[in-house]
Design a protein around this ligand. Structure first.
Ligand code: NDP
Length: 299
């Protein structure tokens, strides 16, 4: 039987409708409009397109958003001051510094400048620490999106072996910490695999749920997975395509054609984890706005 397609696009639309309803309520009852500041440094086309998509989603559901587009040569101090300005701005509840930053900037230090209460990407060490020990926090959007997608499809993870390909701070490590927590739609046995593994297949074939986040186009093929595994493809890779107007197409880290014949469920690229990531950013921003409102007006 062909794999069930886990339709992230459809689920993300459903979540956006829910967030819009809550946003309308926040607006009419308390006059609060969730506000998100995007900071984009340099001219990375992928980053530009991600910020554009996130901004569009904000507009669709009635958030206030502002985009600061800064030149590639922006200095650390300038960026720090700008973040601090938004840390103090009561109309802004979330701050997103689009990564990667140009090499001369110290990303770790920049992330630490963001007020953890406005860190809707969940990358500040305070939120990372809270995630690890299971406290309420902003969960990084991509792994939170994976968990939410599994939840909405009713795919239980308790006791399942989740193998994660990739150990980045954005996807792999937070995904491991999310799925390790002793709670519903987590509570899994987690293995992280990275480039030092000598025999990746040995690990991937054990996975009940395989999360692929290597950044290597169509890297995972059908030989690497167990029959009926659930395959989550996080990858967004541009590969040349002479048939497309742009000259490229987007593919995931998974060879969809072969893997979808073996897996029981699979996320497509595009239309899988990408839209879920944006939905979780909106959800985190709404949460930040509610926290802010709660601090001043009881909701
Ligand atoms: P990184 O490049 O930061 O990390 C890639 C990870 O994969 C590293 O841990 C690396 O290992 C590991 N890896 C690379 N090659 C191999 C290999 N041959 N065998 C085993 N492990 C390997 O990438 P990100 O985590 O930031 O992103 C991963 C992918 O997800 C990218 O395609 C990115 O575009 C996409 N992405 C998609 C998002 C979405 O919204 N859908 C959001 C964020 C990312 P090592 O640490 O040893 O180098």
């Amino acid at each position: 039987m062909p794999a069930l397609i886990l339709d992230g696009k459809k689920i993300a639309e459903e979540i956006k409708r829910e967030i819009k309803a809550e946003t309308d309520k926040l607006k009419s009852q308390y006059g609060i409009i969730p506000g998100l500041a995007f900071i984009l440094v340099g001219n990375n086309p992928a980053s530009e397109s991600y910020v554009k998509m996130k901004n569009k989603a904000c507009n669709e559901i009635g958030f206030f958003s502002i985009t600061e587009k800064l030149p590639d040569k922006t200095e650390q101090d300038f960026l720090t001051d700008l973040i601090n300005k938004y840390n103090r701005d009561p109309l802004i509840h979330g701050i997103l510094v689009q990564l990667p930053l140009p090499e001369h900037l110290n990303s770790d230090k920049i992330i630490e400048v963001i007020d953890p209460r406005k860190d809707v990407d969940g990358f500040h060490p305070i939120n990372v620490g809270k995630l690890v020990i299971g406290l309420d926090c902003f969960k990084p959007c991509t792994p939170a999106g994976i968990q939410e997608l599994l939840k909405r499809y009713g795919i239980k993870t308790t006791g399942k072996h989740i193998v994660i390909l990739g150990r980045s701070n954005i996807v792999g490590k937070p995904a491991a910490n999310i799925f390790l927590q002793k709670e519903n739609f987590a509570n899994a046995i987690v293995t992280i695999v990275h480039s030092a593994a000598d025999d990746i297949i040995k690990y991937t074939r054990q996975a009940d749920i395989l999360i692929c986040a290597t950044g290597k186009a169509e890297f995972v093929n059908s030989d690497m997975i167990k029959k009926d595994a659930i395959v989550i493809d996080v990858g967004i890779n541009r590969i040349p395509d002479s048939k497309s107007k742009s000259g490229y197409k987007i593919v995931g880290d998974v060879d969809f054609a072969s893997v979808s014949k073996i897996a029981s469920a699979i996320t497509p690229v595009p239309g899988g984890i990408g839209p879920m990531t944006i939905a979780m950013l909106l959800s985190n921003t709404l949460k930040a706005a509610k926290n802010f409102t709660n601090a001043y007006i009881k909701i």
